[in-house]
Design a protein around this ligand. Structure first.
Ligand code: FES
Length: 205
């Protein structure tokens, strides 16, 4: 007789307000506590997220979390594990403009839509998302450009699929192509960023 493990793993995408971090042994970041429409939610963080998280995240910030949920029927236990955490779009639109005197122009928020469903993820979507995040960060665009996870875009076999802010759709995008894509769509903003952070050559100190 076979013993079936009654564990189901599916994907989830939820939004909620950040309540607190869960830290173990005094320093190891393990999880986030979020307040969602279903109440308080404990979300474990995937290892690659733990080292990159900004612990100064203000409480009450709206977050969008994408990951996998595992239901263990034997223990009747549901475990959520985050693979990606982003500022929720609603929050960005509600937030007053950031007070940053070094930025002469107010930041304009743009959104890149990325399919988070399994066909796209299997075809390299996860690595592509990580590449997108790091390219935006490396170019100083992380506050101006949001990556928003979506449901199936009905183009599964040509995944990973994404839609740029100007509505241009891309299919079969792999991590190695992301840098060129960001240059193509955000070249002007990247140029602007580099001008803003340039140190005057003869500045007095
Ligand atoms: S799974 Fe991504 S388009 Fe269908």
């Amino acid at each position: 007789m076979h013993i079936y493990t009654q564990t189901q793993v599916t994907e989830f995408c939820l939004e909620g307000r950040f309540l607190d971090f869960v830290i173990k042994d005094g320093y190891k970041l393990k999880a986030l506590l979020l307040w969602t429409s279903e109440g308080e939610c404990y979300v474990k963080l995937a290892k690659h997220l733990r080292s990159t998280f900004d612990l100064r995240l203000p409480k009450g910030t709206w977050l969008q979390v994408v990951g996998t949920k595992q239901y263990d029927a034997k223990k009747d236990k549901l475990t959520l594990k985050a693979e990606r955490v982003m500022a929720a779009r609603e929050e960005m639109s509600k937030q007053p403009a950031l007070k940053n005197q070094n930025q002469p122009k107010p930041a304009k928020t743009q959104t890149i839509l990325v399919c988070q469903k399994s066909d796209c993820m299997k075809r390299g979507g996860k690595a592509m998302c990580h590449a997108l995040e790091s390219e935006l960060r490396n170019n100083g665009l992380e506050d101006n450009v949001i990556i928003k996870g979506t449901g199936c875009m009905k183009n599964c076999k040509a995944g990973p699929n994404l839609v740029m802010p100007d509505k241009t759709r891309y299919s079969k995008i792999q991590a190695a192509q992301v840098s060129a894509l960001i240059d193509k769509h955000f070249g002007a903003e990247i140029q602007e960023q580099s001008e803003n952070i340039a140190v005057p050559r003869f500045a007095k100190v």
